[in-house]
Design a protein around this ligand. Structure first.
Ligand SMILES: *Cc1c(COP(=O)(O)O)cnc(C)c1O
Length: 399
């Protein structure tokens, strides 16, 4: 085989200018770089060689490094080995996966649950399995990227309605049908809730599926952490599909979709991101079973979160800080420009506090923010330290 040429094409067309594009990103304060974490995920972390108090993980219940969860991986690997060795539909579906699916279905009160490798893949798989080319998929303007990408992969007609506005959706549906409506249960960058009861009514009235992505509600909201649906008192609603992730409040990795038997069987037949991929390690499923049991029974973790949220919001109100209206562990402080969000994040880091700046395109233009997240692993003192550092941010920079 010929070695690749070391020089550019002779007389060919120039390659795209990646370096120029990267420089432009930097110029626009949109360049992103990874930080190097040197400890397990926890509030007192070491990152890039420095001890920080961190407010930016999604480990809401503090389970990511829980000793019993970690031990379950070790024991699971001893029992099952590490690799699953195949896709679920070949020979990769183990007793550990099956047990976890049954426990998840019981947890959310749905007939069946189906494991996916990630939440991103679950959303791609569900939407493309249920909505065909040219069919209409309606989505909240602030939905997670994986929901949007699912509609693109399906080659569906992607339409958006105003954020958390079921009346806007109902109005727009009047001039055309819908195959599927998708929404975050708790919005990932804003922490506010989708109005699920009214969305469910609109969906039922138009014969559309309602897909609820509860990545940030499960474990946190509702009795035993059953999530947004439990928070709103929604039981088994026909046409409702729940997607949950396992890498956030449950502290492990992966995702699931829950719903009626025929829906789950359809996904097994048709969801390409389920079919054409290796099943996750069974030991991971064992760890998630343990994490799920802890999340269900240890109400103190949700109570602690509630106290920390109240403490942060009361302190911020006293300081006149513009926290977005959110009752969940996601507490965004809106900065406006990407530049300002970055400046605030840098200043906090100088004070030993880590809060990441979230910039466009993750959030809309002009809505860059500090995304503060709380965890049951935080102490009240940690919130007080955060408030002191927030008080020192330049006031004239506040929107
Ligand atoms: C994190 C997240 C996902 C993706 O889940 P992963 O398991 O991390 O791929 C999907 N939807 C929402 C709303 C999320 O926040």
């Amino acid at each position: 085989m010929a070695a690749p040429a070391e020089t550019g094409p002779v007389g060919g067309v120039a390659l795209p200018d990646l370096a120029g594009d990267l420089a432009a990103l930097r110029q626009a304060h949109r360049y992103r770089a990874r930080r190097l974490l040197e400890t397990p995920q926890r509030p007192r972390a070491r990152i890039d060689g420095r001890e920080v108090l961190s407010f930016c993980s999604n480990d809401y219940l503090g389970l990511a490094a829980h000793p019993q969860v970690v031990a379950a991986v070790t024991q699971g690997a001893a029992r099952w080995g590490l690799g699953s060795g195949a896709a679920h539909l070949v020979t990769g579906h183990s007793g550990a996966h099956q047990a976890l699916e049954e426990e998840l279905a019981d947890f959310v009160g749905q007939p069946r649950a189906l494991l996916f490798s990630t939440g991103y893949m679950a959303n791609l798989g569900v939407i493309a399995a249920l909505a065909g080319r040219g069919e209409t998929v309606w989505q909240d303007r602030l939905n997670h990227a994986s929901l949007i990408d699912g509609a693109l992969l399906a080659r569906a007609r992607l339409r958006r309605y105003a954020h958390a506005d079921a009346a806007d959706l109902a109005r727009r549906l009047a001039d055309g049908g819908a195959r599927l409506i998708a929404t975050d249960g708790v919005f990932s960058m804003d922490g506010d809730l989708a109005p699920l009861p009214t969305l469910a009514e609109v969906a039922a009235g138009s014969g559309a599926w309602l897909l609820v992505d509860d990545a940030h509600g499960l474990g946190v909201l509702g009795d035993e952490g059953r999530g947004s649906l439990a928070h709103w008192g929604l039981g088994a609603v026909p046409g409702l599909i729940l997607m949950g992730t396992l890498g956030k409040a449950f502290g492990t990795f992966g995702a699931f979709v829950a719903g009626p038997h025929a829906l789950i069987e359809t996904l097994i037949q048709r969801a390409r991101s389920y079919i054409y991929t290796t099943a996750p390690p069974p030991a991971l499923a064992e760890a998630t079973r343990v994490a799920l049991a802890i999340a269900r029974r240890e109400d103190w973790r949700r109570e602690r979160l509630g106290e920390l949220i109240a403490r942060l919001r009361a302190g911020a109100a006293e300081l006149g800080l513009p926290l977005a209206p959110s009752q969940t562990p996601i507490q965004p402080l809106i900065a406006g420009s990407a530049e300002r969000a970055l400046d605030w994040s840098r200043r906090l880091e100088e004070a030993g506090i880590l809060v990441t700046a979230i910039r466009p395109p993750t959030v809309p233009e002009g809505a860059a923010r500090l995304r503060i997240t709380l965890s049951a692993a935080h102490a009240p003192d940690d919130v007080d330290r955060l408030l002191e550092a927030l008080a020192d941010l330049p006031r004239e920079a506040m929107p």
